[in-house]
Design a binder for this molecule. Structure first.
Ligand code: F6R
Length: 605
């Protein structure tokens, strides 16, 4: 993770670096720092904690200089303190780094033997020392090239040099790096979002590339030191306004806008006059697909699990859902007629990207489902389906999850239709139901207060469970993940039928348990599992579209979702589990948008 930025300009750069770092804080908030070249010297300022702290330091002690680099950290090597904060500087060079240098221990040993000493515990400092050493005997290009050649692992780097006070260097292997073009100034940043207030003209480094920014030009080099040209992309202005509006935090904004984002996404893909889905030119003719493999991490993996149920329901295809960090190292039997689908909000998740790379090397057909259309995954996949959710800033994914579900549902129906696995009448009915979904989401969002009431039951809980069967099971897993990451309460999502195979032993008097029990074909079975929990003292929050009054006296609270067809009520079940995590975290005074130890874009393994 971590976020990096670099600017070379004809005016002071520190304010622009700070504002770009604030946009990159979603990538890490353990520490922040900046280096500029001022009066012919490297001026480095850094602190533990957030960019706000750095801003206060700079207010007391302003940093001048018309070129510089900045960093926000998500700690990997070394505790998150001021010494380990980036940049890491010597007399002659200053470095910011996103990624992990896997051979840093060996390099550290080698350079210690040469007489160099280290100030921090980070893997990054070896890069500073290596550049410092090579600068003594090599020209700038060779110094950069030789240093990069010796590094193992993943990185995006920003570097400034005391003796080259007109340039900033950027480099990429495995971690993303964008280059922005301005008027008499140029930029590097971990993503285009950080650079968007300064430019809408962007290029992307590919793995192995490095670049040298001057204020009037940018030079690009590949891993053989050969000069190369880069395509320039023009960013749309559409998503420029990522602010909280009147909401307390980004997460509440992002939960509450889900009816709008859902509508937008459906509109993007639905031909309303023909009631058909506009997904064409898949990399494999749907009739010829042998099997579908879905690959992702975290919340995005839960959307893949959901899609597995849909694909099994609506098509004759075999389907598997995999966690990317496992998939990338497994002995996969690749088949050119299988379709490999990668789901990622950021489009930058290291494990998902590596899994996609593995598929590309094995020459199979790939599809990316992403929110960030300029991302590395979007650029590498053979075919891209954007989720059109707009920027998601809260670290816990909410509207992107719903967006992923929408696209996966539409893709499933389209493949099913193309393969003649579904009859026209059923296809039409499902599309008509889907068109009504944004209104039903809105109706569910309006019941936030009900969840707010029950949230109090959870703040003292040692732990909790989310139970569901069939389409509700992936949502149970997602509910548990949301509660864990936001409120730091231990939670697990279980297939309700698994309870008696072990987890039931955890139920004790007063333990809150969330039961997802829509009135689908699993309803009766889920209710039996719920009764087993109640009989052992569990306090049940039941989320259901069942309106009958039976069982009410045994249930602590019943949250009612609107009725819709059973294959899409998972969208509606998602809203209360998001609100629950949100309100429990709020009552516990947790940092809603930036939960501890996490970051939005996971660009390390
Ligand atoms: C949880 C969450 C994470 C992400 C995961 C993958 O709320 O947001 O579990 O889903 O890190 O991220 P993307 O979707 O960017 O690949």
């Amino acid at each position: 993770m971590c976020g990096i930025v670099g600017i070379v300009s004809n005016k002071s750069v520190s304010a622009s670096i700070i504002s770009a770092l604030k946009k990159l804080e979603y990538r890490g908030y353990d520490s922040a720092g900046i280096s500029t070249i001022s009066n012919g010297q490297i001026s480095e300022q850094k602190c533990s904690g957030r960019v706000d702290n750095l801003e206060k330091i700079l207010f007391q002690n302003p940093s001048s200089g018309d070129l510089g680099i900045g960093h926000v950290r998500w700690a990997t090597h070394g505790v998150p303190n001021q010494v380990n904060a980036h940049p890491h500087s010597s007399e002659v060079v200053s470095v910011v780094h996103n990624g992990i240098i896997e051979n840093s221990d060996e390099l550290r040993k080698e350079y210690k033997e040469k007489g160099y000493s280290f100030k921090s515990q980070t893997d990054t400092e070896v890069i500073t020392i290596m550049l410092t050493d090579y600068l003594k005997k090599e020209n700038l290009i060779n110094c950069i090239h030789k240093t990069l050649e010796k590094l193992e692992g993943s990185f995006a780097l920003g570097v400034i040099f005391k003796d080259f006070d007109n340039l900033v260097v950027g480099a990429r292997r495995g971690s993303p790096l964008a280059v922005g073009y301005g008027h008499n100034e140029n930029f590097i940043g971990s993503d285009s979002y950080a650079l968007k207030s300064m430019t809408n003209k962007i290029s992307y480094l590919d793995d192995g590339d490095f670049c040298i920014l001057f204020k009037e030009k940018v030079e690009f080099y590949n891993s053989d030191k050969k000069k190369i040209n880069k395509q320039i992309f023009e960013l749309s202005n559409e998503d420029n306004t990522a602010d909280k509006g009147d909401y307390r935090d980004f997460m509440s904004k992002e939960i509450n806008e889900q009816s709008i984002t859902t509508k937008k996404c459906i509109n993007e893909y639905l031909d309303k006059s023909r009631n058909d889905i506009n997904i064409y030119n898949l990399p494999i003719d749907p009739k010829k697909i042998n099997k579908i493999r879905l690959i992702a991490c975290g919340t995005a993996y839960h959307s893949c699990l959901m899609a597995k149920y849909w694909i099994e329901e609506f098509t004759s295809l075999d389907v598997e859902a995999d966690i990317a960090s496992e998939f990338r190292y497994r002995k996969i039997k690749f088949n050119s007629n299988d379709l490999y689908i990668f789901v990622s909000q950021s489009g930058e998740t290291a494990d998902t990207y590596a899994a996609l790379e593995k598929c590309k090397k094995n020459q199979v057909k790939t599809c990316g489902i992403v929110n960030v259309v300029e991302s590395s995954i979007a650029r590498m996949a053979d075919f891209v389906l954007p989720i059109h959710a707009g920027p998601e800033i809260g670290v816990a994914s909410t509207k992107a999850f719903i967006g992923q579900l929408i696209v996966l549902y539409l893709l499933t129906l389209k493949i099913s239709k193309e393969r003649n696995d579904i009859i026209d009448d059923e296809y039409l009915k499902l599309i008509l139901d889907l068109k009504k979904l944004p209104e039903l989401i809105e109706e569910t969002l309006n019941k936030q207060k009900d969840i707010q009431l029950i949230a109090r039951d959870f703040i003292e809980a040692k732990g909790t469970m989310y139970l569901g069967r069939g389409y509700s099971y992936p949502i149970a897993m997602e509910g548990a993940l949301k509660l864990k990451e936001l409120s730091y309460i231990h939670a697990e999502g279980y297939a309700a039928g698994e309870m008696k195979h072990g987890p039931l032993a955890l139920i004790e008097d007063g333990m809150p348990v969330i039961v997802l029990a829509p009135k689908d074909r699993f309803f009766e079975k889920t209710i039996s599992n719920m009764q087993e929990v109640i009989a052992r003292g569990g306090k049940v929050l039941m989320i259901t579209d069942d309106t009958s009054k039976t069982m009410n006296e045994n249930i602590r609270f019943k949250f009612q979702i609107p009725k819709t067809n059973s294959t899409i009520n998972s969208f509606l079940l998602t809203i209360p589990i998001q609100f629950l995590a949100y309100h429990v975290a709020l009552l516990k005074n947790c940092d809603i948008d930036k939960p501890r130890n996490l970051a939005k874009s996971v660009t390390v393994e």
